[in-house]
Every structure is written in structure tokens, then in C-alpha cells.
Write a protein that binds this ligand. Structure first.
Ligand SMILES: Cc1cc2nc3c(=O)[nH]c(=O)nc-3n(C[C@H](O)[C@H](O)[C@H](O)COP(=O)(O)OP(=O)(O)OC[C@H]3O[C@@H](n4cnc5c(N)ncnc54)[C@H](O)[C@@H]3O)c2cc1C
Length: 348
């Protein structure tokens, strides 16, 4: 019987282990969740914005396939706490491939997507002072999910399906596909997949395996009281601002950071960035929280130069499944299905 270990209990590891259980017997799959890091991981902090459109073609295909699967499966929607709010993706202009990507999404989610000018979007309310020539990709069947709730549910389902779920850290992995947990005995597998998010680099370094170009970066957003109509889930490439309505009458708003190569775990927030988020939000969507009182949230994410979550071989029987690069919440369903199938095919 094939034996596969997945190291990391974020959405990537949990979803990959769950997919593997669909392809091989549950008892062949062993997931090490990495408690207590799990509580400060990217999946716990994720904004969960979920849509089908992405300006990158490969990511767009994965995001569209993931959203289509979510829409076709009520159980998955419940597990993921999916909420449909609609989505707006603002671009500075029509790129050479934009209309093709819109068609791709249309083929997966008929009736969901349309392309309108920034000027037309401005007339609908939320957005203001959009640059001339900007265009907006508007999706009806999009919104947000909770990677945190999703992986918690997947861990329960994994245990039910007979997979071994071990809370606790892995200290090392050898090039011979042996896993060395911090507590307990080492175990040999036919394949080990390191899905430890921002911790992957450090774990591989301790083990003497290459990190294959992985880097870490902080993501920061703010949660504030909603003021007026809450926006749909949106990304505004013309200003960098992204956001969505949040539970309990709050709103989530963020801007990209440039805080690279940060040690994963609880990370201080950057007050300068918090202020910048509020300034841009005021200018772009007229958001002004009373007293500018908001709560900032940070977490460290794993980035890969080619972007996107995928299975990457490191040594015979050793792989990574990380590099979500700030967007794996929306692509993980399709990425994990592809990864599980190709891993099992390579072992048979
Ligand atoms: C603040 C923030 C907002 C985001 N917003 C969005 C969004 O709106 N939409 C979207 O699509 N994506 C978003 N993302 C990206 C998405 O959430 C991430 O790509 C995704 O959650 C990454 O999941 P992961 O499982 O790869 O990593 P993580 O969730 O970080 O999980 C890594 C896991 O590895 C485990 N681990 C670590 N070390 C060890 C060890 N030694 N042994 C065993 N296990 C170990 C940890 O316990 C942890 O559970 C956001 C990310 C962040 C940080």
C-alpha cells in the first residue's frame, strides 16, 4: 500500500490530504498539522476573497475551476462558510488577454461575469475617482470563504475517513522521505509533501533540502466598523486596495506590503500601513471609520517566484505544496485535486 505524509495543517495541507483520501485509501494518508503554529498561520488570518477572475491565465483557470466546484457542491460551501457577495476586480486598462480570461470564466460559471468600464462602475456607487481607461471585471457568483473553518472541517473529515491526523511539529524530513516528528518515532513514507506555508523554507533548511526559491512576506489588512453600504469583495489594481464586507457589521480593507523574508508566526502590525490603508480607502471608496479606530491583522504567507499553489518536486519522493502567494484560498480546490492526482500517478 502507498503511504503518503503531508506536513502542515493549513488549508493547503488539509485539502491535499483530503484529496489524497479520495484517490487512495484514507489509512495511507498521514497529516502532521504543526500545532501550535496552526493558530498563527495564513489560513487562520486569511481574508478569503474568492472569485474566478485572475489576470494570470494559469491562476484564473484554477480559481474558476475552484469556484465552479464550490458552486456545484453545497457540502463544500458549508464546510468553507462560503458567502456570496459578488466581486469587482478593477484593472488600469484592458490587457491583451483580459477578454479571453473573461470568456474562460464564462465557460465555467455561465452568467456570472461581465466586463464594464471604470466610468460605468463609478455610477453604481461604491468606487470614486477611478483613472481614465480603467475597466472592471464584475462577478455575481463570487464572494468569500473561511480557509480557517474549511481546514478545521477537513481535519474532522480526514479523521473520519481513516487518515492519521497528528497534531504537533515535524522537526525534519530526509531526502529519503522520512518524517521526524518532534515527539514520537520517525516514519518512512513513499512520498512526503511539505505544505507548511511560510514555515516551509525553515523546515527545509533545517533538513538540508533546497527551498526552491520560496520566500515569506507579511500580509496586513484592517477590520473596521462598516460605514454606509458595505462593498462587495473587491480588488482595485489601480490603487492596490482590496476588501470586502466582514462579519458583525465590519469591513475588511488591505493594501499590499513589501515586508519580505519575515520569520513566520505572530507578527507586529505596521501602523504606517494601517494609516495608508485608511487614506486610500477614504479616497477610493469614501470609507471613514469614526476616529479612524480599526484593528490591524497580519500574518506571514509563503511566496513562490512562479506564483500559485502547486506540487513541486524537491527530491525523489519529497515535494512541496505551498507558495500560495497571497491567493491560495481561491485556488486550493483545483490545485489540490491536480496535485493529488499527479502525486499518486507518479507513485503507481
Ligand atoms: C492575511 C492574509 C490574507 C489573505 N487573504 C486571502 C484572500 O482574501 N483570498 C485568498 O484567496 N487568499 C488569501 N490569502 C492567502 C491564503 O490564505 C493562503 O495562501 C493560504 O491560507 C495558505 O495556506 P497554507 O496551508 O499554504 O499555509 P498556512 O495556512 O500558513 O499553513 C501552514 C501550516 O503548516 C504548519 N506547520 C508549520 N511548521 C510545521 C512543522 N514544523 N511541522 C508540521 N506542520 C508545520 C502550521 O501549523 C500551519 O498550519 C491571505 C493570506 C494572508 C496571510
Amino acid at each position: 500500500m502507498i503511504r503518503i505524509a503531508v506536513v502542515g495543517g493549513g488549508i493547503a495541507g488539509a485539502m491535499l490530504a483530503w484529496r489524497l483520501c479520495e484517490v487512495v485509501r484514507g489509512s495511507a494518508v498521514h497529516l502532521y498539522t504543526g500545532e501550535p503554529h496552526r493558530r498563527a498561520d495564513a489560513s487562520a488570518a486569511s481574508g478569503g476573497l474568492t472569485r474566478a477572475f485572475e489576470p494570470d491565465a494559469a491562476l484564473c483557470l484554477e480559481a474558476a475551476d475552484s469556484l465552479a466546484e464550490l458552486h456545484s457542491n453545497r457540502e463544500l460551501r458549508e464546510w468553507a462558510s462560503y458567502r456570496e457577495t459578488g466581486s469587482v476586480y478593477l484593472l488600469p486598462g484592458l490587457g491583451p488577454g483580459t477578454e479571453g480570461l473573461v470568456e474562460l470564466v464564462r465557460s465555467r460559471l455561465p452568467g456570472s461575469i461581465s466586463l464594464i468600464s471604470g466610468a460605468e462602475l463609478s455610477t453604481r456607487g461604491t468606487f470614486r475617482e477611478l483613472p481614465e481607461g480603467s475597466v472592471a471585471v464584475v462577478e455575481k457568483r463570487a464572494g468569500y470563504l473561511s480557509p480557517n473553518a474549511f481546514r478545521d472541517r477537513l481535519l474532522v473529515e480526514l479523521a473520519r475517513s481513516g487518515a492519521f491526523v497528528t497534531d504537533g511539529q515535524v522537526d525534519g524530513i530526509t531526502a529519503e522521505a522520512e518524517v521526524r516528528p518532534a515527539e514520537g518515532s520517525p516514519a518512512r513514507f513513499d512520498a512526503v509533501v511539505v505544505a507548511a506555508g511560510a514555515w516551509t523554507q525553515g523546515l527545509l533548511a533545517r533538513t538540508g533540502l533546497t527551498d526552491a526559491g520560496l520566500r515569506t512576506k507579511v500580509i496586513q489588512y484592517v477590520l473596521g466598523p462598516s460605514a454606509g453600504k458595505n462593498p462587495d469583495a473587491f480588488v482595485d489594481e489601480t490603487s492596490g486596495l482590496y476588501g470586502r464586507s466582514y462579519a458583525e457589521g465590519r469591513v475588511l480593507l488591505g493594501l499590499p506590503t513589501d515586508r519580505w523574508d519575515i520569520t513566520p508566526g505572530p507578527t507586529p502590525t505596521d501602523p504606517v500601513l494601517t494609516n495608508r490603508i485608511l487614506d486610500v480607502a477614504e479616497a477610493r471608496i469614501g470609507y471613514r471609520p469614526p476616529g479612524r479606530k480599526v484593528k490591524a491583522v497580519t500574518a506571514v504567507e509563503c511566496y513562490h517566484p512562479t506564483g500559485g499553489l502547486s506540487l513541486r518536486p524537491l527530491a525523489k519522493g519529497v515535494y512541496t505544496f505551498t507558495g500560495g502567494s497571497g491567493g491560495a484560498g481561491k485556488t486550493v480546490l483545483a490545485a489540490s485535486r491536480t496535485a493529488a492526482r499527479s502525486l499518486v500517478r507518479s507513485l503507481r
